[in-house]
Write a protein that binds this ligand. Structure first.
Ligand SMILES: Nc1ncnc2c1ncn2[C@@H]1O[C@H](COP(=O)(O)OP(=O)(O)OP(=O)(O)O)[C@@H](O)[C@H]1O
Ligand SMILES: [Zn+2]
Length: 516
Protein backbone atom coordinates (compact mmCIF):
# COMPACT_ATOMS: atom_id res chain seq x y z
CA UNK A 1 0.00 0.00 0.00
CA UNK A 2 1.32 3.45 -0.85
CA UNK A 3 2.23 5.84 1.98
CA UNK A 4 -0.40 8.29 0.78
CA UNK A 5 -3.18 5.70 0.94
CA UNK A 6 -2.03 4.57 4.37
CA UNK A 7 -2.17 8.12 5.72
CA UNK A 8 -5.59 8.51 4.12
CA UNK A 9 -6.82 5.33 5.82
CA UNK A 10 -5.58 6.47 9.23
CA UNK A 11 -7.16 9.87 8.63
CA UNK A 12 -10.53 8.31 7.89
CA UNK A 13 -10.31 6.08 10.98
CA UNK A 14 -9.31 8.96 13.24
CA UNK A 15 -12.07 11.20 11.87
CA UNK A 16 -14.62 8.46 12.62
CA UNK A 17 -13.14 7.94 16.11
CA UNK A 18 -13.12 11.68 16.86
CA UNK A 19 -16.71 12.04 15.73
CA UNK A 20 -17.87 9.16 17.90
CA UNK A 21 -16.00 10.58 20.88
CA UNK A 22 -17.43 14.02 20.26
CA UNK A 23 -21.00 12.71 20.01
CA UNK A 24 -20.48 10.60 23.09
CA UNK A 25 -19.30 13.60 25.09
CA UNK A 26 -22.60 15.35 24.53
CA UNK A 27 -24.93 12.33 24.39
CA UNK A 28 -23.25 9.75 26.65
CA UNK A 29 -24.86 6.42 25.92
CA UNK A 30 -22.15 3.80 25.95
CA UNK A 31 -19.13 2.77 27.92
CA UNK A 32 -17.13 5.21 25.87
CA UNK A 33 -17.67 7.90 28.51
CA UNK A 34 -15.09 6.02 30.57
CA UNK A 35 -12.36 7.36 28.26
CA UNK A 36 -10.41 10.11 29.95
CA UNK A 37 -10.65 13.66 28.68
CA UNK A 38 -6.87 13.70 28.16
CA UNK A 39 -7.04 10.70 25.83
CA UNK A 40 -9.94 12.19 23.94
CA UNK A 41 -7.89 15.38 23.49
CA UNK A 42 -4.97 13.39 22.11
CA UNK A 43 -7.20 11.76 19.49
CA UNK A 44 -8.75 15.08 18.47
CA UNK A 45 -5.40 16.85 18.19
CA UNK A 46 -4.02 13.88 16.22
CA UNK A 47 -6.93 14.08 13.79
CA UNK A 48 -6.54 17.82 13.31
CA UNK A 49 -2.79 17.49 12.65
CA UNK A 50 -3.42 14.72 10.14
CA UNK A 51 -6.08 16.80 8.42
CA UNK A 52 -3.69 19.76 8.15
CA UNK A 53 -1.00 17.50 6.74
CA UNK A 54 -3.44 16.38 4.10
CA UNK A 55 -4.57 19.83 3.10
CA UNK A 56 -0.99 21.13 3.01
CA UNK A 57 0.35 18.29 0.89
CA UNK A 58 -2.41 19.11 -1.55
CA UNK A 59 -3.56 15.52 -1.81
CA UNK A 60 -7.19 15.60 -1.03
CA UNK A 61 -8.75 12.25 -0.44
CA UNK A 62 -10.00 10.89 -3.69
CA UNK A 63 -13.10 8.80 -3.63
CA UNK A 64 -12.73 7.63 -7.20
CA UNK A 65 -11.07 4.51 -8.46
CA UNK A 66 -7.36 5.18 -8.82
CA UNK A 67 -7.23 4.16 -12.48
CA UNK A 68 -9.50 7.03 -13.32
CA UNK A 69 -8.17 9.58 -10.94
CA UNK A 70 -4.52 9.76 -10.00
CA UNK A 71 -2.69 10.22 -13.21
CA UNK A 72 -5.24 12.34 -14.99
CA UNK A 73 -5.85 14.68 -12.10
CA UNK A 74 -2.16 15.10 -11.31
CA UNK A 75 -1.56 15.88 -14.94
CA UNK A 76 -4.33 18.40 -15.00
CA UNK A 77 -3.06 20.23 -11.93
CA UNK A 78 0.37 20.47 -13.49
CA UNK A 79 -1.06 21.90 -16.70
CA UNK A 80 -2.61 24.81 -14.89
CA UNK A 81 0.18 27.34 -14.96
CA UNK A 82 1.10 29.26 -11.88
CA UNK A 83 1.65 32.41 -13.93
CA UNK A 84 -0.53 35.51 -13.84
CA UNK A 85 -0.50 38.94 -15.45
CA UNK A 86 1.59 40.07 -12.49
CA UNK A 87 4.47 38.11 -13.97
CA UNK A 88 4.14 39.74 -17.36
CA UNK A 89 5.82 43.13 -17.25
CA UNK A 90 4.89 45.96 -19.60
CA UNK A 91 2.62 44.99 -22.53
CA UNK A 92 -0.24 46.85 -20.84
CA UNK A 93 -2.33 47.37 -23.98
CA UNK A 94 -2.11 43.67 -24.76
CA UNK A 95 -3.17 42.67 -21.28
CA UNK A 96 -6.09 45.05 -21.62
CA UNK A 97 -7.06 43.57 -24.95
CA UNK A 98 -6.97 40.08 -23.46
CA UNK A 99 -9.32 41.06 -20.64
CA UNK A 100 -12.34 40.26 -22.79
CA UNK A 101 -11.06 36.76 -23.48
CA UNK A 102 -10.38 36.28 -19.79
CA UNK A 103 -13.84 37.48 -18.90
CA UNK A 104 -15.30 35.06 -21.42
CA UNK A 105 -13.45 32.13 -19.89
CA UNK A 106 -14.36 33.18 -16.36
CA UNK A 107 -18.03 33.95 -17.05
CA UNK A 108 -18.79 31.95 -20.16
CA UNK A 109 -22.48 31.54 -19.32
CA UNK A 110 -23.02 35.31 -19.44
CA UNK A 111 -21.81 35.37 -23.03
CA UNK A 112 -23.66 32.24 -24.05
CA UNK A 113 -26.92 33.73 -22.82
CA UNK A 114 -26.34 36.79 -24.96
CA UNK A 115 -25.46 34.65 -27.96
CA UNK A 116 -22.17 36.49 -28.26
CA UNK A 117 -19.46 35.06 -30.44
CA UNK A 118 -16.09 35.43 -28.82
CA UNK A 119 -12.98 35.07 -30.94
CA UNK A 120 -11.69 31.58 -30.38
CA UNK A 121 -8.34 32.09 -32.04
CA UNK A 122 -5.77 34.67 -31.06
CA UNK A 123 -2.49 35.07 -32.84
CA UNK A 124 0.55 36.59 -31.16
CA UNK A 125 3.22 37.68 -33.56
CA UNK A 126 6.51 39.46 -33.11
CA UNK A 127 10.23 38.94 -32.54
CA UNK A 128 11.49 36.05 -30.42
CA UNK A 129 11.68 36.21 -26.64
CA UNK A 130 9.16 39.01 -26.23
CA UNK A 131 6.80 37.08 -23.98
CA UNK A 132 4.28 35.43 -26.30
CA UNK A 133 4.40 32.09 -24.50
CA UNK A 134 4.40 33.86 -21.16
CA UNK A 135 1.26 35.84 -22.09
CA UNK A 136 -0.59 32.70 -23.18
CA UNK A 137 0.34 30.98 -19.94
CA UNK A 138 -0.81 34.01 -17.98
CA UNK A 139 -4.21 33.90 -19.69
CA UNK A 140 -4.51 30.28 -18.54
CA UNK A 141 -3.32 31.23 -15.06
CA UNK A 142 -5.78 34.13 -14.78
CA UNK A 143 -8.68 31.92 -15.76
CA UNK A 144 -7.61 28.74 -14.01
CA UNK A 145 -7.72 27.00 -17.37
CA UNK A 146 -5.73 24.04 -18.53
CA UNK A 147 -2.73 25.05 -20.66
CA UNK A 148 -1.97 22.71 -23.52
CA UNK A 149 1.32 23.50 -25.22
CA UNK A 150 2.27 22.32 -28.67
CA UNK A 151 4.95 23.45 -31.04
CA UNK A 152 4.17 23.64 -34.74
CA UNK A 153 7.33 21.79 -35.61
CA UNK A 154 6.22 18.76 -33.56
CA UNK A 155 3.39 18.17 -35.99
CA UNK A 156 5.49 18.04 -39.09
CA UNK A 157 6.37 14.41 -39.48
CA UNK A 158 7.78 12.27 -42.18
CA UNK A 159 4.71 10.09 -42.33
CA UNK A 160 1.60 11.45 -43.89
CA UNK A 161 -1.33 11.68 -41.51
CA UNK A 162 0.60 11.62 -38.26
CA UNK A 163 0.53 15.39 -37.83
CA UNK A 164 -3.20 15.54 -38.52
CA UNK A 165 -3.82 12.84 -35.96
CA UNK A 166 -1.84 14.71 -33.36
CA UNK A 167 -3.85 17.86 -34.02
CA UNK A 168 -7.06 15.88 -33.59
CA UNK A 169 -6.05 14.38 -30.28
CA UNK A 170 -4.79 17.75 -29.00
CA UNK A 171 -8.21 19.27 -29.60
CA UNK A 172 -10.01 16.26 -28.17
CA UNK A 173 -8.08 16.74 -24.97
CA UNK A 174 -8.71 20.48 -24.98
CA UNK A 175 -12.46 19.94 -25.21
CA UNK A 176 -12.44 17.27 -22.55
CA UNK A 177 -10.48 19.37 -20.10
CA UNK A 178 -12.16 22.71 -20.89
CA UNK A 179 -11.87 25.50 -19.94
CA UNK A 180 -8.58 25.26 -21.71
CA UNK A 181 -6.03 27.19 -23.72
CA UNK A 182 -4.39 25.45 -26.65
CA UNK A 183 -1.10 27.19 -27.33
CA UNK A 184 0.61 26.45 -30.64
CA UNK A 185 4.09 27.92 -30.76
CA UNK A 186 5.86 28.41 -34.12
CA UNK A 187 2.56 28.00 -35.86
CA UNK A 188 4.21 28.93 -39.16
CA UNK A 189 5.71 25.43 -39.22
CA UNK A 190 2.26 24.06 -40.07
CA UNK A 191 0.42 27.23 -41.01
CA UNK A 192 2.60 28.64 -43.78
CA UNK A 193 1.02 29.30 -47.13
CA UNK A 194 -0.07 26.23 -49.01
CA UNK A 195 1.13 25.93 -52.56
CA UNK A 196 1.14 23.34 -55.27
CA UNK A 197 4.65 22.05 -54.69
CA UNK A 198 4.33 22.04 -50.94
CA UNK A 199 4.51 18.86 -48.97
CA UNK A 200 1.35 16.94 -48.50
CA UNK A 201 1.87 16.14 -44.88
CA UNK A 202 2.10 19.77 -43.82
CA UNK A 203 -1.06 20.62 -45.74
CA UNK A 204 -2.97 17.74 -44.19
CA UNK A 205 -1.95 18.92 -40.77
CA UNK A 206 -2.99 22.48 -41.55
CA UNK A 207 -6.31 21.28 -42.96
CA UNK A 208 -6.93 19.31 -39.80
CA UNK A 209 -6.20 22.40 -37.71
CA UNK A 210 -8.72 24.38 -39.78
CA UNK A 211 -11.30 21.64 -39.38
CA UNK A 212 -10.78 21.58 -35.62
CA UNK A 213 -11.06 25.34 -35.32
CA UNK A 214 -14.28 25.37 -37.32
CA UNK A 215 -15.53 22.33 -35.47
CA UNK A 216 -15.92 23.73 -32.03
CA UNK A 217 -18.30 26.51 -31.30
CA UNK A 218 -18.85 29.09 -28.66
CA UNK A 219 -20.32 26.52 -26.30
CA UNK A 220 -16.88 25.18 -25.80
CA UNK A 221 -14.65 27.23 -23.58
CA UNK A 222 -11.55 26.49 -25.57
CA UNK A 223 -9.30 29.30 -26.77
CA UNK A 224 -6.57 28.65 -29.28
CA UNK A 225 -3.53 30.90 -29.14
CA UNK A 226 -0.95 30.72 -31.89
CA UNK A 227 2.47 32.36 -31.89
CA UNK A 228 4.79 33.16 -34.74
CA UNK A 229 7.71 35.38 -35.61
CA UNK A 230 6.45 35.70 -39.18
CA UNK A 231 2.83 36.67 -39.67
CA UNK A 232 3.46 37.26 -43.37
CA UNK A 233 4.18 33.56 -43.93
CA UNK A 234 0.81 32.33 -42.69
CA UNK A 235 -1.85 30.93 -44.98
CA UNK A 236 -4.76 33.28 -45.37
CA UNK A 237 -7.25 30.52 -44.54
CA UNK A 238 -5.83 30.44 -41.04
CA UNK A 239 -6.44 34.15 -40.51
CA UNK A 240 -10.07 34.17 -41.59
CA UNK A 241 -12.89 35.18 -39.18
CA UNK A 242 -13.77 32.35 -36.87
CA UNK A 243 -10.20 31.09 -36.90
CA UNK A 244 -7.21 33.20 -35.84
CA UNK A 245 -9.06 36.43 -36.34
CA UNK A 246 -7.45 38.47 -33.63
CA UNK A 247 -3.84 39.41 -34.30
CA UNK A 248 -1.79 40.91 -31.54
CA UNK A 249 1.68 42.26 -32.10
CA UNK A 250 4.06 41.56 -29.23
CA UNK A 251 7.02 43.83 -29.84
CA UNK A 252 10.42 44.46 -28.31
CA UNK A 253 10.17 46.27 -24.99
CA UNK A 254 10.87 50.01 -24.76
CA UNK A 255 12.83 51.52 -21.90
CA UNK A 256 9.93 51.65 -19.44
CA UNK A 257 8.96 48.05 -20.26
CA UNK A 258 12.57 46.93 -19.92
CA UNK A 259 12.64 48.52 -16.50
CA UNK A 260 9.45 46.69 -15.50
CA UNK A 261 10.70 43.37 -16.86
CA UNK A 262 13.94 43.75 -14.90
CA UNK A 263 11.89 44.58 -11.81
CA UNK A 264 9.86 41.37 -12.21
CA UNK A 265 12.99 39.30 -12.63
CA UNK A 266 14.85 40.83 -9.68
CA UNK A 267 11.78 40.68 -7.42
CA UNK A 268 13.21 37.98 -5.21
CA UNK A 269 16.90 38.69 -5.59
CA UNK A 270 18.91 40.63 -3.00
CA UNK A 271 20.13 43.79 -4.76
CA UNK A 272 22.90 46.06 -3.58
CA UNK A 273 22.30 49.82 -3.35
CA UNK A 274 24.60 50.32 -6.33
CA UNK A 275 22.05 48.70 -8.65
CA UNK A 276 19.88 51.17 -10.50
CA UNK A 277 17.32 49.29 -12.57
CA UNK A 278 16.55 52.33 -14.72
CA UNK A 279 20.22 52.62 -15.71
CA UNK A 280 20.31 48.96 -16.66
CA UNK A 281 17.13 49.41 -18.69
CA UNK A 282 18.80 52.29 -20.51
CA UNK A 283 21.84 50.20 -21.34
CA UNK A 284 19.89 47.29 -22.72
CA UNK A 285 18.22 48.86 -25.71
CA UNK A 286 17.18 46.33 -28.31
CA UNK A 287 17.17 43.36 -25.96
CA UNK A 288 14.12 41.16 -25.52
CA UNK A 289 12.35 40.13 -22.33
CA UNK A 290 14.06 36.77 -22.56
CA UNK A 291 17.48 38.47 -22.74
CA UNK A 292 16.64 40.61 -19.71
CA UNK A 293 15.48 37.58 -17.71
CA UNK A 294 18.73 35.96 -18.71
CA UNK A 295 20.78 38.98 -17.55
CA UNK A 296 19.08 39.04 -14.13
CA UNK A 297 19.76 35.34 -13.68
CA UNK A 298 23.32 35.59 -14.96
CA UNK A 299 24.06 38.46 -12.54
CA UNK A 300 22.81 36.33 -9.64
CA UNK A 301 25.01 33.42 -10.71
CA UNK A 302 28.08 35.64 -10.97
CA UNK A 303 27.34 37.03 -7.48
CA UNK A 304 27.17 33.50 -6.06
CA UNK A 305 30.46 32.65 -7.70
CA UNK A 306 32.04 35.71 -6.10
CA UNK A 307 30.58 34.83 -2.69
CA UNK A 308 28.69 38.12 -2.49
CA UNK A 309 25.75 38.53 -0.14
CA UNK A 310 24.05 40.90 -2.60
CA UNK A 311 24.12 41.47 -6.34
CA UNK A 312 26.00 44.67 -7.20
CA UNK A 313 26.09 46.71 -10.38
CA UNK A 314 29.41 45.04 -11.25
CA UNK A 315 27.67 41.68 -11.63
CA UNK A 316 24.96 43.26 -13.75
CA UNK A 317 27.52 44.89 -16.04
CA UNK A 318 29.34 41.59 -16.42
CA UNK A 319 26.03 39.83 -17.15
CA UNK A 320 25.02 42.40 -19.77
CA UNK A 321 28.37 42.05 -21.48
CA UNK A 322 28.07 38.32 -21.41
CA UNK A 323 24.60 38.27 -22.91
CA UNK A 324 25.43 40.92 -25.51
CA UNK A 325 28.81 39.68 -26.59
CA UNK A 326 28.95 36.04 -25.57
CA UNK A 327 31.23 34.27 -23.20
CA UNK A 328 34.63 35.80 -22.45
CA UNK A 329 37.38 33.51 -23.64
CA UNK A 330 40.13 33.08 -21.08
CA UNK A 331 43.72 32.85 -22.35
CA UNK A 332 42.84 33.32 -25.97
CA UNK A 333 45.48 32.41 -28.48
CA UNK A 334 45.37 35.51 -30.58
CA UNK A 335 48.55 36.41 -32.41
CA UNK A 336 50.03 39.80 -31.71
CA UNK A 337 49.48 40.88 -35.29
CA UNK A 338 45.82 39.86 -35.06
CA UNK A 339 45.50 41.71 -31.81
CA UNK A 340 46.78 44.87 -33.50
CA UNK A 341 44.37 44.45 -36.38
CA UNK A 342 41.44 43.92 -34.04
CA UNK A 343 42.46 46.94 -31.96
CA UNK A 344 42.42 49.24 -35.01
CA UNK A 345 39.19 47.70 -36.29
CA UNK A 346 37.39 48.32 -32.99
CA UNK A 347 39.02 51.73 -32.54
CA UNK A 348 37.65 52.63 -35.97
CA UNK A 349 34.08 51.74 -34.94
CA UNK A 350 34.38 53.55 -31.60
CA UNK A 351 35.91 56.70 -33.05
CA UNK A 352 33.29 57.09 -35.77
CA UNK A 353 30.38 56.18 -33.47
CA UNK A 354 31.46 58.90 -31.09
CA UNK A 355 32.14 61.54 -33.71
CA UNK A 356 28.89 60.97 -35.55
CA UNK A 357 27.02 60.51 -32.27
CA UNK A 358 25.31 57.45 -33.67
CA UNK A 359 25.19 55.79 -30.28
CA UNK A 360 26.71 56.08 -26.80
CA UNK A 361 29.89 54.06 -26.68
CA UNK A 362 29.90 52.23 -23.40
CA UNK A 363 32.95 50.07 -23.81
CA UNK A 364 35.49 49.07 -26.45
CA UNK A 365 37.27 45.80 -25.99
CA UNK A 366 39.61 43.42 -27.75
CA UNK A 367 39.12 40.60 -25.27
CA UNK A 368 37.60 37.87 -27.43
CA UNK A 369 34.05 36.90 -26.58
CA UNK A 370 31.94 34.27 -28.27
CA UNK A 371 32.76 34.44 -31.93
CA UNK A 372 34.00 38.02 -31.87
CA UNK A 373 37.65 38.94 -31.48
CA UNK A 374 36.68 42.39 -30.25
CA UNK A 375 33.59 44.52 -29.82
CA UNK A 376 32.18 47.94 -29.12
CA UNK A 377 29.29 48.00 -26.65
CA UNK A 378 27.04 50.87 -27.51
CA UNK A 379 23.47 51.94 -26.92
CA UNK A 380 21.30 54.82 -28.07
CA UNK A 381 20.55 57.52 -25.54
CA UNK A 382 16.83 57.01 -25.85
CA UNK A 383 14.35 54.74 -27.56
CA UNK A 384 13.84 55.77 -31.12
CA UNK A 385 10.93 54.96 -33.36
CA UNK A 386 11.76 57.23 -36.27
CA UNK A 387 15.17 57.42 -37.83
CA UNK A 388 16.21 59.97 -40.41
CA UNK A 389 18.05 59.10 -43.58
CA UNK A 390 21.13 60.85 -42.14
CA UNK A 391 20.98 58.68 -39.01
CA UNK A 392 20.71 55.47 -40.99
CA UNK A 393 23.61 56.59 -43.13
CA UNK A 394 25.66 57.31 -39.98
CA UNK A 395 24.94 53.80 -38.72
CA UNK A 396 26.28 52.41 -41.98
CA UNK A 397 29.41 54.59 -41.76
CA UNK A 398 30.00 53.40 -38.19
CA UNK A 399 29.57 49.76 -39.16
CA UNK A 400 31.98 50.08 -42.09
CA UNK A 401 34.55 52.02 -40.06
CA UNK A 402 36.08 48.77 -38.74
CA UNK A 403 36.99 47.58 -42.22
CA UNK A 404 38.02 51.11 -43.22
CA UNK A 405 40.48 51.32 -40.31
CA UNK A 406 42.08 48.03 -41.38
CA UNK A 407 42.56 49.31 -44.90
CA UNK A 408 43.87 52.67 -43.80
CA UNK A 409 46.46 51.33 -41.37
CA UNK A 410 47.49 47.95 -42.78
CA UNK A 411 46.64 48.39 -46.47
CA UNK A 412 45.07 44.98 -46.13
CA UNK A 413 41.60 43.85 -45.22
CA UNK A 414 40.56 40.81 -43.14
CA UNK A 415 37.58 38.55 -42.60
CA UNK A 416 36.83 40.38 -39.34
CA UNK A 417 34.21 42.62 -40.93
CA UNK A 418 31.75 39.88 -41.88
CA UNK A 419 29.16 40.75 -39.29
CA UNK A 420 29.50 44.48 -39.93
CA UNK A 421 28.97 43.95 -43.66
CA UNK A 422 25.85 41.89 -43.01
CA UNK A 423 24.35 44.57 -40.81
CA UNK A 424 25.32 47.49 -43.05
CA UNK A 425 23.94 45.74 -46.13
CA UNK A 426 20.70 45.04 -44.33
CA UNK A 427 20.25 48.71 -43.47
CA UNK A 428 21.13 49.81 -47.02
CA UNK A 429 18.70 47.29 -48.43
CA UNK A 430 15.91 48.53 -46.19
CA UNK A 431 16.68 52.11 -47.19
CA UNK A 432 16.19 51.18 -50.85
CA UNK A 433 13.40 48.60 -50.63
CA UNK A 434 11.34 49.71 -47.63
CA UNK A 435 11.99 53.35 -46.82
CA UNK A 436 12.23 54.85 -50.30
CA UNK A 437 15.58 56.45 -49.46
CA UNK A 438 17.41 56.04 -52.74
CA UNK A 439 17.43 57.49 -56.22
CA UNK A 440 14.54 55.12 -57.04
CA UNK A 441 12.41 57.47 -55.00
CA UNK A 442 9.51 56.76 -52.64
CA UNK A 443 8.77 53.16 -53.44
CA UNK A 444 8.46 49.93 -51.44
CA UNK A 445 9.62 46.75 -53.09
CA UNK A 446 8.58 43.48 -51.52
CA UNK A 447 10.57 40.25 -51.27
CA UNK A 448 8.94 38.70 -54.30
CA UNK A 449 9.77 41.57 -56.61
CA UNK A 450 13.35 41.94 -55.51
CA UNK A 451 14.43 39.19 -57.88
CA UNK A 452 12.92 40.91 -60.91
CA UNK A 453 14.74 44.18 -60.36
CA UNK A 454 17.73 42.64 -58.72
CA UNK A 455 20.45 44.37 -60.76
CA UNK A 456 18.88 47.77 -60.33
CA UNK A 457 18.41 47.32 -56.60
CA UNK A 458 21.86 45.91 -56.13
CA UNK A 459 23.36 48.97 -57.81
CA UNK A 460 21.42 51.26 -55.45
CA UNK A 461 22.42 49.28 -52.36
CA UNK A 462 26.03 49.27 -53.50
CA UNK A 463 25.98 53.01 -54.08
CA UNK A 464 24.86 53.61 -50.49
CA UNK A 465 27.45 51.22 -49.06
CA UNK A 466 30.27 52.65 -51.17
CA UNK A 467 29.41 56.14 -50.05
CA UNK A 468 29.34 54.97 -46.41
CA UNK A 469 32.71 53.30 -46.76
CA UNK A 470 34.25 56.37 -48.40
CA UNK A 471 32.94 58.59 -45.61
CA UNK A 472 34.30 56.22 -42.96
CA UNK A 473 37.75 56.27 -44.58
CA UNK A 474 37.67 60.05 -44.77
CA UNK A 475 36.75 60.49 -41.10
CA UNK A 476 39.45 58.08 -39.99
CA UNK A 477 42.08 59.70 -42.18
CA UNK A 478 41.33 63.11 -40.79
CA UNK A 479 41.47 61.83 -37.23
CA UNK A 480 44.31 59.43 -37.64
CA UNK A 481 46.26 60.46 -34.52
CA UNK A 482 43.17 59.96 -32.43
CA UNK A 483 42.63 56.56 -34.03
CA UNK A 484 46.23 55.58 -33.23
CA UNK A 485 45.82 56.69 -29.64
CA UNK A 486 42.63 54.66 -29.10
CA UNK A 487 44.12 51.58 -30.75
CA UNK A 488 47.36 51.81 -28.77
CA UNK A 489 45.45 52.14 -25.51
CA UNK A 490 43.40 49.10 -26.50
CA UNK A 491 46.51 47.03 -27.24
CA UNK A 492 47.91 48.01 -23.87
CA UNK A 493 44.79 47.72 -21.69
CA UNK A 494 42.55 45.48 -23.84
CA UNK A 495 39.43 47.45 -22.97
CA UNK A 496 38.42 51.08 -22.60
CA UNK A 497 35.27 52.27 -20.87
CA UNK A 498 33.24 55.35 -21.75
CA UNK A 499 35.06 57.61 -19.27
CA UNK A 500 38.50 56.66 -20.53
CA UNK A 501 37.36 57.16 -24.09
CA UNK A 502 36.10 60.60 -23.13
CA UNK A 503 39.53 61.38 -21.66
CA UNK A 504 41.29 60.39 -24.87
CA UNK A 505 38.92 62.57 -26.89
CA UNK A 506 39.54 65.52 -24.59
CA UNK A 507 43.26 65.43 -25.36
CA UNK A 508 42.40 65.99 -29.00
CA UNK A 509 40.16 68.97 -28.69
CA UNK A 510 37.84 69.69 -31.54
CA UNK A 511 38.34 66.62 -33.65
CA UNK A 512 37.02 67.35 -37.08
CA UNK A 513 33.50 66.16 -37.61
CA UNK A 514 33.32 65.69 -41.32
CA UNK A 515 30.20 63.65 -41.95
CA UNK A 516 28.53 65.22 -44.89
N1 LIG B 1 7.04 41.03 -20.69
C1 LIG B 1 7.77 40.17 -19.97
N2 LIG B 1 7.70 40.20 -18.62
C2 LIG B 1 8.42 39.34 -17.88
N3 LIG B 1 9.22 38.39 -18.39
C3 LIG B 1 9.34 38.31 -19.73
C4 LIG B 1 8.62 39.19 -20.59
N4 LIG B 1 8.91 38.87 -21.87
C5 LIG B 1 9.76 37.83 -21.81
N5 LIG B 1 10.04 37.48 -20.53
C6 LIG B 1 10.95 36.42 -20.08
O1 LIG B 1 11.47 35.77 -21.21
C7 LIG B 1 11.14 34.38 -21.21
C8 LIG B 1 10.87 33.92 -22.62
O2 LIG B 1 9.70 34.53 -23.13
P1 LIG B 1 8.68 33.75 -24.05
O3 LIG B 1 9.07 32.31 -24.15
O4 LIG B 1 7.32 34.06 -23.60
O5 LIG B 1 8.97 34.45 -25.42
P2 LIG B 1 8.30 34.14 -26.83
O6 LIG B 1 7.88 35.45 -27.37
O7 LIG B 1 7.31 33.07 -26.70
O8 LIG B 1 9.58 33.65 -27.62
P3 LIG B 1 9.66 32.72 -28.92
O9 LIG B 1 9.11 33.51 -30.05
O10 LIG B 1 11.15 32.53 -29.01
O11 LIG B 1 8.91 31.47 -28.58
C9 LIG B 1 9.96 34.27 -20.30
O12 LIG B 1 9.87 33.02 -19.71
C10 LIG B 1 10.21 35.36 -19.28
O13 LIG B 1 11.08 34.91 -18.28
ZN1 LIG C 1 33.46 45.36 -36.68
Amino acid sequence: MKRKSLVFLILVISIIASTILLLDRFYPSSGLSEIKTRNRLIIWVFTIILLFYYIKSGSKPQLVPSVLSNEKIANKEKDKPDVSFKDVAGLDEIKEELQETIDFLNNSSKYKKMGARIPKGILFYGPPGTGKTLLAKAVAGETNSVFLYASGSEFVEKYVGVGAKRVRSLFERAKKEAPSIVFIDEIDAIGSKRNLESNNEKDQTLNQLLVEMDGFNTHETVIVIGATNRLDLLDEALLRPGRFDRHIFVGSPNMKARQQILEVHTRNKPLDKSVNILDIARKTHGLSGADLANIANEAAIIAVRKNRSKITIEEFDAAIERVLAGLEIKNPTVLLKEKKTVAFHEAGHALVAKLLKTEMVQKVSIVPRGQALGYVLKFPEEDRYLLTERELMNKIITLLAGRAAEELIFKEITTGAKDDLDKATKIAREMVCSYGMSSLGPIAIDEQHIKYDYELLRAEIKRILDKGYKDALKILEENRTLLNHIADTLIEKESIDSKELEQIFKIYENPIDCAT
